[in-house]
Design a protein around this ligand. Structure first.
Ligand SMILES: Nc1nc2c(c(=O)[nH]1)N[C@H]1C(S)=C(S)[C@@H](COP(=O)(O)O)O[C@H]1N2
Ligand SMILES: [Mo]
Length: 430
């Protein structure tokens, strides 16, 4: 067990209350001598580096598609079907296990899922994408044809508008970071610019909106203002982290609208109709509207707000022995780059800036980190992100202000984790 007395840290390295250490300490070239942090143990002279069996006999054979280590078989997506077993319409969600991952890329097999009617089994050679409506030349594309277009590659997140909805409930739900905030995934997508294809079809001057429709039984359909495509960064993804997009993510193709709510990123994309006005589909009237206090609903709320969550420590990632830990988590914004992440260990009384990369990516996950000394004190850990537009992640109270009770969508309030003196962690509202 290490106490702060043995940590070679001066008072200038204390960045905020309750054990937070300056991020500048992380930028130093050498950390203090081995052992001084209490994280490693000094090798005794008598001790020998053991030669276990696996080091002395040949290992397993080659594999045609690699799988994670069997020792990691608990790193899975928690699933939440929306209807009891037996109804089997495939509707539900599974969560990215955020607290079990590092870095910023979501592995394909752990990317969250939200299906309104299950995963269609699409034979790629039979799939077609149509672009029609207010165009000079209605076009139809095979997968084969799309694969011959110039490709764009970009990393961005997709976040469900219902992500973090458990924190809209009256009582804090005791779930993991992933089970609360894991309706988000971040991937390097490769595909064809939609502006490119619209150009080829020849968009008529009266065209103002698009309607994107999926090829599943739910036929997810969303109206999209044409500027997001013409001046923006919309594309049709065919690849996800280097391999062909997974069935769960829309195989053989999905629409990606970086930074916009998940449901706009239509999977199993089969049709884009160019129109003059939004068409008010079932998916933008009966769902995905935000009921306000005044009884009016906000419709077409595209952009996902600035947000962050501490993934470690967090429920399931409790500190063990006392001593040094790294507070680590994810931050993002649908409006652009994250410019600052602050961390508090005392429930928001004092804040310290966390370490983030110099160049954070726009509309993609950013990893933040800050050292913390835990000596068995109770603590309330929080993180607060700011983006390049100056938007700051709100408190839960401020977030709720405009909305009617039980409004669940676009929950981006600050998450607080209470650490007890025994090291247990719970979800709390502050
Ligand atoms: N065709 C179709 N597209 C869809 C959906 C769907 O059910 N059908 N779900 C939407 C919702 S609500 C979200 S949050 C994202 C989820 O994407 P993912 O399953 O790849 O994580 O896809 C969107 N696109
Ligand atoms: Mo969603």
């Amino acid at each position: 067990m290490t106490s702060t007395k043995s940590l070679p840290l001066g008072s200038e390295e204390r960045a905020a209350g309750n054990g937070l250490i300056s991020r500048r300490w992380l930028l130093r070239t050498g950390l203090p001598a081995v052992g001084a942090l209490g994280l490693s143990s000094e090798m005794s002279r008598a001790e020998e580096l053991r030669v276990p069996d696996w080091s002395s006999t040949p290992g397993l054979d080659l594999t045609s598609y690699g799988q994670p280590s069997p020792f990691e078989n608990e790193v899975v997506r928690p699933t939440l079907p929306l209807f009891p077993e037996g109804i089997g319409d495939g509707s539900g969600v599974s969560f990215t296990p955020l607290e079990k991952l590092a870095g910023t890329i979501t592995p394909n097999g752990l990317f969250f899922e939200r299906h309104h009617s299950g995963i269609p089994e699409i034979a790629p050679e039979e799939h077609r994408l149509a672009i029609h409506g207010l165009v000079e030349r209605p076009l139809v594309f095979t997968v084969e044809a799309l694969l011959r277009y110039p490709m764009v590659t970009r990393t961005c997140f997709i976040e469900c508008a219902g992500n973090s909805l458990f924190n809209s409930m009256d009582e804090p739900q005791q779930r993991t970071a992933g089970e609360i905030h894991g309706l988000i995934g971040n991937a390097e997508w490769t595909g064809v610019s939609l502006a490119h294809l619209l150009n080829e079809a020849g968009v008529s001057p009266s065209a103002k909106w698009l309607v994107a429709e999926g090829g599943d039984a739910a036929k997810m359909s969303r109206s999209i203002p044409i500027e997001k495509v013409i001046d923006g960064d919309a594309f049709i993804a065919l690849y996800q982290n280097g391999e062909r997009i997974r069935p769960e993510q829309g195989y053989p193709m999905r629409l990606v609208l970086p930074g916009w709510q998940g449901s706009m990123n239509v999977k199993w994309l089969r049709r884009i109709k160019v129109v003059s006005a939004p068409v008010h589909t079932k998916d933008e009237t009966s769902k995905y509207t935000l009921l306000q206090k005044d009884g009016k609903s906000r419709q077409f709320t595209y952009e996902m707000g600035v947000k962050s969550v501490i993934t470690s420590p967090s429920p399931g990632r409790e500190p063990g022995a006392q001593g040094l830990y790294q507070i680590s988590g994810l931050a993002w914004s649908g409006a652009g780059r994250v410019t600052k992440v602050e961390v508090s260990a005392d429930g928001g009384s004092s804040w310290a800036e966390a370490l983030i990369p110099d160049q954070t990516p726009a509309r993609a996950l950013t990893r933040f980190q800050l050292p913390w000394v835990w000596q068995g004190q109770s603590a309330t850990l929080m993180s607060r992100a700011t983006d390049e537009t100056g938007a700051v992640q709100p408190t839960r109270e401020a977030w709720y202000e405009p909305y009617a009770p039980n409004q669940l969508f676009h929950q981006n309030a600050i998450q607080a984790w209470a650490v007890s003196s025994s090291g247990g962690i719970s979800n709390v509202y502050v």
